[in-house]
Design a protein around this ligand. Structure first.
Ligand code: SAH
Length: 402
């Protein structure tokens, strides 16, 4: 897995295609290597797997209903499946979720979970509640190879791609953690691939995961509520346009190639003009509304009035909006956040230049859950884990006594 993952870390090229159902899901300890993890299978793959077991395709619908609509992860509880089929599933398949190492809640209600990738590595997901929506920010890789100079994830380097099951499993787990009830309202209304990793560098696992998020038998999210954020892997933006229809966010961060190449090194390979061309193609192909350009606000680096005007000239007249992200510091970071005055001036200049612009509210920064602060912090994990286990045990006792 790791060699393959390394190869795909930047190029995003699938090493080998035509995967059989489930064969791509090799994450985990290997204890159950012979079993197929149903969580990583698209509807078509699940149908193929059911056929392999000698069952009818409608079994796949039933399974998806249990998995995604009822949040059930135990074959023995799937009461409308024939006993024989349940036994077959138990022998040949599994529903394996990422293991939660720890969780934290910020003062603003934002929650962050640390999930185990293997003995020494972890990845993170973040839930951001707002009055009109609940957004889950998920990871696509453990670490990241793109090396953006202002991002904490980049500091830890690249470890491996997450499997489709691990990507989908984040949404499944968050639903359970947040108390999702089968007949109740959605708790997660939006999913953004803005956690750890570069999603387009893990193309072959991310695309099936997106299919499951959008599938009406899966999480049934609307395509405008699923957003993939990329640092700008141009060839993969073209491929994505052919494969699936989701909202696209692009980390631009600078209005000119000199500066962008310093902040987002992939720009040396795919400069701004090429990147924008791919973005407009994406919108054309998909009949989409607009691309969201993320722009991190770095004090005296990319936040001047001249830079705002240059950015407006670049984007005006195109299906684009800009989301300004106040820089979130982390230990050892060499940048500072722009002043509020600079951020709002920048926004106003964009608006005046004919470009829709908003400022992203910083959420969850007291637990390092804000943009660019996710590092799968391995070092202090034991401490946190012991703490949360103790807390879980205490609340179990409290419930039992209630
Ligand atoms: N690899 C994807 C997803 C990254 S995270 C991408 O590059 O788009 C989502 C956003 O947070 C990106 O725009 C990223 O550049 C930004 N970001 C990274 N570090 C940050 C930091 N320290 N403060 C604010 N935003 C940051």
């Amino acid at each position: 897995m790791s060699t393959d993952a390394e190869q795909t870390a930047v190029s995003g090229e699938a090493a080998g295609s035509g995967e059989a159902a489930g064969s791509g899901e090799s994450a985990g300890s290997g204890e159950s290597a012979a079993r197929v993890n149903l969580l990583g299978l698209t509807r078509e793959q699940l149908q193929a797997f059911c056929a392999l077991l000698g069952s009818k395709p409608f079994r796949a619908r039933q399974l998806m209903n249990w998995l995604y609509k009822r949040g059930c992860d135990r074959f023995e509880d799937m009461s409308d499946l024939a006993l024989g089929f349940r036994a077959l599933l138990a022998a040949r398949a599994e529903i394996r979720l990422p293991e939660i190492v720890s969780q934290q809640q910020a003062s603003d209600g934002t929650r962050k979970w640390l999930l185990r990738a293997d003995q020494s590595q972890a990845f993170e997901m973040v839930y951001i509640p707002e009055s009109d929506r609940g957004t889950l920010c998920i990871s696509s890789q453990v670490g990241c190879a793109l090396d953006c100079t202002f991002c904490a994830t980049a500091q830890q380097g690249f470890n491996r791609n997450l499997s489709t099951a691990e990507i989908v499993g984040q949404v499944w787990l968050a639903n359970r953690e947040l108390g999702f009830e089968p007949a109740g309202d959605r708790i997660i209304t939006n999913v953004v691939l803005m956690g750890m990793g570069e999603p387009l560098a893990n193309f072959r696992n991310v695309v099936p995961a997106l299919r499951i998020l959008l599938d009406d038998l899966g999480f049934d999210l609307s395509r405008r509520r699923v957003t993939l954020s990329t640092s700008g892997l141009v060839p993969q933006i073209y491929r994505l346009a052919q494969e699936i229809n989701v909202a696209l966010a692009v980390s631009l961060h600078a209005p000119d190639d000199d500066l962008r190449s310093q902040l987002v090194p992939i720009n040396r390979l795919h400069p701004i003009a090429e990147l924008l061309e791919a973005c407009w193609h994406y919108i054309d192909e998909q009949n989409g509304r607009s691309v969201t350009f993320e722009y991190v606000m770095l004090d005296q680096v990319n936040d001047s009035a001249a830079q705002a005007r240059a950015l407006a000239r670049l984007l005006a007249g195109h299906p684009a909006k800009v989301n300004l992200i106040p820089f979130n510091p982390y230990p050892g970071s060499r940048f500072r956040r722009s002043s509020d005055a600079a951020i709002f001036q920048f926004r106003d200049l964009l608006l005046r230049g004919g470009v829709m612009a908003t400022v992203r509210r910083t959420r969850g920064d007291d637990i390092d859950a804000a943009c660019g602060q996710l590092v799968g912090r391995v070092t202090d994990r034991t401490v946190v884990r012991l703490g949360s286990r103790a807390e879980a045990a205490r609340s179990r006792v409290a419930r039992a006594n209630a």
